[in-house]
Design a protein around this ligand. Structure first.
Ligand SMILES: Nc1ncnc2c1ncn2[C@@H]1O[C@H](COP(=O)(O)OP(=O)(O)OP(=O)(O)O)[C@@H](O)[C@H]1O
Length: 365
């Protein structure tokens, strides 16, 4: 796979041959860990695998992410993060006897030339890792593919639909699997970006929860992020063998998140710790007691978690089915789920946390 984005991690050949790994002191150093460039570098490949996996195990243990006997659905997109997550989690489950039943769960958004390709990767992973795979599709769940939605609405707001539907589709797929938890491949870079984006949008509700390693404990199925402290650059250089499918969604304009991403990459180049520090800043934000937060309830129509009378997915679907696809797009004071008179559940909340255009339509996970 192309690891060029992990710039600086590999030692140039001349220096690689000349130094021993600072961890084992035996093998030749092969790379500088992107996360700890200055401190514990350079190390050999074998030691890199060990520290990479050990850190994830430690994150799982320190945060009590799982209990023995749980059924865990791995959100598997076929991309690098979730592919590495599926591999590492199945290894750690075996090695440390977590006692988990692991499943791959994929959402087929119906994006021709993108998701159909990456689903092939997930199908290969099903065999390679011996994990049962469940695929749920927007077409089956909502009657619309993303290709249909883009035809109806164009490229501008399509990420909003995709993000909202995917979130719920993962919940629905996990319910079909009778899963106790969903894990996703969101990594430290993703979380740092989301902290910044929520600050830039003044979205206090999301800012307060976007650094949580586990979310949705009050919802149908909690979600957790075992890669919360794992750097993207390390995920890129980790794979023991080729991950052939890395592609970018053909419908994602991605502009705003793209700026945040580039900004964080620049900071990381100057100071690798910057990513962890941004996450820490997000964690340490204290919300003023006068800030009223949205009240969590359930959607009157489909029963899914919602801070409005109707959940965002139902509002968006309503618009699509009524030929008014823009209904529910945008951030209105009344909010998409508000009833006719604009009444919300979030009494006087500073901001309605409805649709925010972003990588996945909002800056939540
Ligand atoms: N279509 C999907 N089906 C199942 N899970 C998904 C899907 N899309 C995203 N996810 C989950 O959400 C996580 C973050 O998704 P995102 O689209 O931000 O991709 P990413 O950061 O490029 O991750 P990946 O490399 O795994 O695609 C993924 O790692 C995966 O766990």
């Amino acid at each position: 796979m192309d690891s060029s984005s992990a710039d600086g991690a590999r030692l140039p050949p001349s220096r690689a041959g000349s130094r021993l790994c600072v961890r084992c002191g035996e093998r030749k150093a092969a790379l500088k860990r992107p996360k700890t460039l200055e401190q514990v570098s350079p190390i050999c490949r074998e030691c890199f695998y060990v520290v990479f996996e050990d850190e994830i195990h430690q994150t799982i243990v320190d945060n009590t992410l799982f209990k023995a006997g749980e059924r865990v659905a791995i959100g598997a997109s076929g991309g690098k993060d979730s592919t590495v997550l599926a591999y590492v989690l199945s290894e750690l489950n075996r090695r440390h006897n977590y006692g988990l039943d692991l499943f791959l769960l994929s959402v087929d958004e119906g994006i021709t030339g993108y998701r159909d390709d990456s689903l092939e990767t997930v199908k290969r992973n099903e065999i390679q890792y011996g994990l049962p795979l469940k695929i749920v599709s927007y077409k089956d769940l909502y009657g619309w593919t993303m290709d249909d939605i883009v035809k109806a609405i164009g490229l501008k707001n399509n990420c909003t639909f995709c993000g909202v539907f995917r979130r719920q589709a993962l919940d629905r797929g996990a319910a079909l699997l009778k899963a106790d938890k969903i894990v996703t491949g969101h990594n430290a870079d993703d979380i740092a970006e989301t902290v910044l984006l929520n600050i830039l949008r003044g979205d206090i509700a999301r800012l307060s929860r976007c650094t949580f390693i586990t979310t949705g404990e009050d919802g149908p199925i909690p979600r957790c992020k075992p890669f919360k402290y794992t750097y993207e650059k390390e995920i890129v250089i980790y794979p023991l063998y080729e991950i052939s499918h890395i592609s970018v969604c053909i419908y994602s304009p991605n502009a705003y998140r793209g700026f945040a991403r580039e900004f964080i990459k620049d900071l990381e180049r100057m100071r690798p710790r910057a990513i962890l520090d941004i996450i820490k800043s997000g964690e340490n934000f204290r919300i003023s007691t006068t800030t009223r937060m949205p009240e969590q309830g359930t959607c009157e129509r489909c029963g899914y978690i919602s801070s409005q009378k109707l959940c965002k997915a139902c509002v968006l679907l309503d618009g699509l089915n009524r030929g008014l696809p823009k209904l529910g797009i945008g951030r209105t004071k009344a909010g998409p789920g508000a009833d006719g008179d604009g009444k919300q559940r979030a009494k006087g909340s500073e901001r309605n946390t409805s649709s925010l255009q972003g990588k996945h339509g909002n800056f939540d996970f």
